[in-house]
Design a protein around this ligand. Structure first.
Ligand code: XCC
Ligand code: SF4
Length: 662
């Protein structure tokens, strides 16, 4: 065993019931810790009390006159840094930089997918899987498609999108789902993003020593930057992935550590960018490699996913999911993983020393995420399939090095229904209700369920795991409360995986639902919690809310919908939360962001934003109280749909407007 990864003798194994709600996670953590392996929970405990100044956002190290840490209490202690920056300035700059980093992560991912789309050719490894979406998006970007070759259109579209990253003049293209009222709000508040890269560069400029020193202006810039993520980088990432790899449709799969198979060559896919994992999926079906897997004595190749790459391949190919963010180390700790292949984001550096305790090959593939002590095989999109085959071969050939007696796989897996892209949801609604609505292909039935009050509202429960919170517990508690109160829930990212493990993505979860939601689920044949994909797929939720608002003639801020990230940890989550609020949707954060050292910044985020964009943040660590507040907010926001409902009830022929059965 590597000395660096050993748990010091005196260190206690933590009580496993405190680290996660999930039994597979508890079991695997306990085994790992007893075997002297070091995981995120042990390292969190070793850090003891985390830095209070950092936690409140009042430590500035933006220039080398600092670091300056100022008092988080107004009027007490040191109030200003060397340059005179106050807690308000310091905390708001820190917030802006989180938004910038999060936006850049999503957007660079989106850019990569756009480049893949630009590289496709008829005889290449990547194909166009969703031609209809390609044509729709081309139209949205103002590209003439009549009589043109489909590949030429793809190239033109990707060029147009890539142009939006660095657009020197004007404003970037916005999705057609965006209601006019929302655009007007942005115009009024100078929030329309110009170009994706430009927003990130400009806000980094604004946070440089000696630039913006006004909290409100800083938060406004943060909002504008975040929009270039939600409606730019993430949107491009999602939509172009659909064109290339197929738009997800409803399907069933198994999820949790138990999907790792003792008899097979196990390959774990981890990260965010699906361009490599798509090719790994293809490579794993290669007859030669399948034969090789048998030759080495295994029963075959078993691909499983973790985090958002896991979500991407699950949604499109039904590849099983082994776990979420807080289970990445536990996958390796099963001792049964031949290779963990990672691309970008949310990858623990700790995986490298951990893999060395086993036979596992830890393979990095992107120059954006190289990790000391990992095996690096740079992924080349122009030689994608060969590259993927090479990586799969490494995994297969590693099977013989596995110590079967060290293998320990928790026997937990949960069948879940996933794949609810917007198109997937519409399809599902149409399958069941188009005979009533006579309007195939829209969110009309969903909109009418909200108006009539059969559904009180909708919530997007998204984001990470964070060892500050017992794993999955806040996600799951909140979701159950919402279901009981007839709030339909959509999930993405690690929150989706939490819901899956807890059995909430199944028909069985209907037992948690209130009367109205149960009826909707039964009629539409959907689970009450809809898995919409990875974190860039939060852009799907924006489209969904935008479309429903347009159907009802309302602004997005006038709908009874909320967002919640109860266990978030990454800068990407800050960017997401910010674009959701800027879209007019209240957002509940279950981990308090590092801004509380500035009462001014806290007040802007949790109060004043409502005046400009019609929504705000709520900081609430207790999921039960968060649920109460969400339900209260939903009822408050229902005034607009209730007014519509009253109007319609007074119209002769009202019954025609409500889908029968709802
Ligand atoms: Fe990462 Fe997307 Fe967070 Fe999970 S939810 S820990 S960002 S993998 Ni996005
Ligand atoms: Fe200190 Fe101001 Fe420099 Fe920040 S920018 S480190 S507050 S002197």
């Amino acid at each position: 065993m590597d000395e660096k990864t050993k748990v010091p003798e005196e260190k206690k194994v933590l009580d496993e019931t405190t680290i996660s709600l999930d039994l597979a996670t508890q079991e695997m953590y306990k085994k790992a810790a007893e075997n002297g392996l070091d995981t995120m929970w042990d390292r969190k405990a070793a850090l003891k009390t985390q830095c209070g100044f950092g936690e409140q956002g009042v430590c500035c190290r933006i220039c080398q006159m600092g670091p300056c840490r100022v008092s988080p209490i107004p009027g007490k202690g040191v109030q200003k840094g060397v340059c005179g920056a106050t807690a308000d300035v310091i905390a708001s700059r820190h917030y802006a930089r989180m938004v910038a980093a999060g936006t850049s992560a999503h957007s660079d991912h989106g850019r990569h997918i756009a480049h893949v789309l630009h590289s496709i050719r008829p005889d290449g490894d990547y194909k166009i899987k969703d031609e209809k979406k390609l044509l729709n998006l081309a139209a949205a970007w103002g590209i003439e498609t009549e009589g043109k070759d489909i590949y030429a259109i793809a190239h033109e579209l990707s060029e147009a999108a890539l142009y939006d990253f660095g657009r020197p003049f004007g404003n970037m293209t916005l999705p057609t789902s965006l209601p006019e009222q929302r655009k007007a709000v942005w115009q009024k508040n100078k929030l329309q993003p110009e170009a994706i890269d430009k927003e990130v560069v400009s806000i980094l400029h604004a946070t440089h020593m000696g630039c913006t020193a006004d909290a409100e202006s800083m938060i406004n810039l943060s909002m504008r930057t975040s929009l270039s993520d939600g409606y730019g980088g993430s949107y491009i990432g999602t939509q172009f992935s659909d064109i290339l790899f197929g738009t997800p449709m409803p399907r069933e799969l198994e999820m949790n550590l138990g999907v790792i198979d003792k008899g097979m060559v196990n390959i774990v896919l981890h990260g965010h960018d699906p361009s490599l994992s798509e090719m790994i999926v293809l490579a794993s079906e290669d007859p030669e490699l399948k034969a090789l897997a048998k030759e080495v004595g295994s029963e075959g190749i078993n691909l499983v996913g973790v985090c958002c790459t896991g979500n991407e391949v699950a949604m499109r190919h039904g590849i099983k999911t082994a776990g979420s963010f807080n289970q990445q180390e536990l996958c390796i700790a099963t001792g049964a993983v031949e290779a963990m292949i990672v691309d970008v984001q949310c990858i623990f550096p700790a995986l490298a020393p951990l893999a060395k305790c086993f036979h596992t090959k830890f393979i990095t593939t992107s120059s954006t995420a190289r990790i000391t002590d990992a095996m690096h095989i740079e992924f080349d999109k122009d030689n994608a399939l060969e590259c993927a085959k090479g990586i799969v071969r490494v995994a297969i050939e590693n099977y013989k090095n596995r110590a079967q007696d060290k293998v320990s796989i928790p026997d937990y897996k949960q069948v879940s229904r996933i794949g609810y892209s917007n198109e997937g949801i519409i399809n599902q609604l149409n399958l069941v209700v188009n005979s009533y609505t006579h309007k195939p292909g829209t969110f009309e039935p969903l909109a009418q369920c909200l108006v009539s009050g059969v559904l009180r509202g909708a919530a997007g429960v998204v984001g990470c795991n964070n060892p500050k919170i017992k794993g999955d517990s806040s996600h799951v508690t909140l979701i159950k409360e919402l279901l009981a109160n007839d709030v339909i829930v959509v999930v993405t990212g690690c929150a989706a995986q939490a819901a899956s493990k807890a059995g909430l993505l199944s028909d069985d979860a209907i037992k948690y639902c209130g009367e109205g939601l149960r009826k909707v689920c039964e009629l539409a044949d959907i689970p009450p919690v809809l898995h919409m994909g990875s974190c860039v797929d939060n852009s799907r939720i924006l489209n969904l809310v935008g479309e429903v608002a347009k159907i009802l003639g309302l602004d997005m801020s006038e709908l009874p919908v909320v967002g919640a990230a109860m266990e978030w940890m990454s800068e990407k989550a800050v960017a997401i939360g910010t674009y959701v609020v800027t879209s007019g949707i209240d957002t509940f954060l279950g981990v308090i962001p590092s801004v509380t050292g500035s009462p001014e910044v806290t007040d802007i985020l949790t109060n004043r934003l409502e005046n400009s964009v019609g929504a705000k943040f709520f900081f609430e660590t207790n999921p039960e109280i968060a649920a109460e507040k969400i339900l209260a907010r939903i009822e408050e926001k229902r005034t607009h749909v209730d007014a519509l409902n009253n109007q319609r009830m007074n119209v002769p022929g009202y019954d025609d407007l409500t889908p029968a059965g709802f």
